[in-house]
Design a protein around this ligand. Structure first.
Ligand SMILES: C[S@@+](CC[C@H](N)C(=O)[O-])C[C@H]1O[C@@H](n2cnc3c(N)ncnc32)[C@H](O)[C@@H]1O
Length: 346
């Protein structure tokens, strides 16, 4: 997920992989929403709105020049902003099919000016402006109140893929947020005759609404169920039945929150970030609950703030709870930070 300023080299929320957008949200790969599903808030995310506005090509060029100048006025951010500006134009505009001097827009031109001002001057995350994040092969809807999924969390999906027979089991994503992990695992189960299913849990009503929207967008209603509640509470019916648990819980020490960069600290939900005094409040609660829900041989993988937290938790699981778990180990992320703890129920 993300770390605080105090655990370099990882304090920025968006690593370089974040800059490599796999494809435009306008490409045919991501699904368009069926007209029957409701959007996660009163209005559709910008990138999904119809191209029902227009402007002249010269007016759009003027906007582009202005937005570029705005972006260059922030030396520390300008290369990110310029990259995001080109995505912004991809996500919000399209050439008119018959009038080359006209451009179709998903919102009024004036709104493009306001939105870019919010990005540059108010440091609103780009993903909250366009309403989506590209993550693995998914284009996930996000909005304020829901964590923007981070590149390193993709590794949890790779770890699930390595579990023998994962496609036929019941998986749980604790603290599902946008539904990123739940949707990715559910989507992998769609190849072949999988019997598996996924339960995504979150306490936040906004996260639950957004995760359900993402599940519907990918046509996974029969595979992925989103339940609202605190950690294991919505899983009373699943005791001893779960094949695997993944989680990216809040793990930033409370005292590190003021040091986060504005895009994170000012906009992303504290509920998704704050891990308590030393960052391990939720992680410890999850460790304590794993054994009751997992079936014998069941797998778990969770993300941490890195290094010390991972080592501490892996040590706890393989000493205090050594009768309950086996093959506990720490797995590193793309930056060689010991980011994940994995293991199996005995
Ligand atoms: C770091 S975010 C992870 C979101 C998503 N899994 C991802 O990786 O993008 C942590 C999530 O845990 C949720 N959460 C916080 N406290 C919770 C609790 N007591 N029970 C269930 N979910 C909780 C937050 O609402 C948030 O969506």
């Amino acid at each position: 997920m993300l770390s605080s300023r105090f655990s370099p080299p990882h304090f920025l929320p968006f690593s370089s992989r974040h800059f490599l957008r796999p494809f435009s949200s306008l490409s045919p790969s991501p699904p368009q929403p069926p007209t029957t599903i409701s959007s996660p808030s009163s209005s559709l995310p910008l990138f999904l709105r119809p191209l029902s506005h227009s402007t002249s090509l010269s007016s759009l060029l003027s906007f582009h020049h202005w937005a570029k100048a705005q972006s260059l006025s922030q030396p520390c951010l300008s290369s990110d902003l310029l990259r995001q500006l080109s995505w912004f134009l991809q996500d919000t505009t399209s050439p008119h099919p018959t009038h080359p001097s006209t451009v179709l827009l998903r919102t009024e031109l004036d709104e493009l000016y306001s939105l870019w001002t919010e990005r540059v001057e108010k440091r609103k995350p780009f993903q909250y402006i366009v309403g989506c994040e590209h993550w693995r092969d998914l284009v996930l809807v996000v909005q304020e109140g829901v964590l923007i999924p981070r590149p390193e969390t993709e590794i949890l999906v790779d770890l699930v893929q390595e579990v023998e027979g994962f496609k036929d089991g019941v998986w749980v994503d604790l603290g599902t947020g946008s539904g990123a992990l739940a949707v990715a695992i559910g989507k992998m189960m769609m190849d072949g005759d999988s019997m598996g299913r996924v339960l995504g849990i979150d306490i936040s009503p906004t996260a639950v609404e957004v995760a359900r929207f993402n599940v519907q967008r990918y046509g996974l209603e029969g595979k992925v169920e989103i339940r609202q509640g605190a950690w294991f509470e919505p899983l009373e019916d699943m005791k001893g039945k779960v094949t695997g648990i993944v989680s990216n819980p809040p793990y930033i020490p409370s005292s590190d929150l003021p040091g986060l960069q504005p895009e994170v600290g000012w906009y992303e939900p504290r509920l998704a970030l704050d891990g308590g005094n030393d960052g391990t409040d939720h992680l410890l609660h999850i460790c304590e609950g794993l054994a009751a829900v997992l079936k014998p041989g069941g797998f778990f993988a969770f993300e941490t703030n890195g290094d010390k937290q991972s080592e501490f938790l892996a040590n706890l699981l393989s000493t205090k709870w050594r009768q309950l778990f086996q093959k506990v180990k720490v797995v590193s992320d793309y930056y060689s930070v010991k980011r994940f703890v994995i293991g199996y129920r005995s």
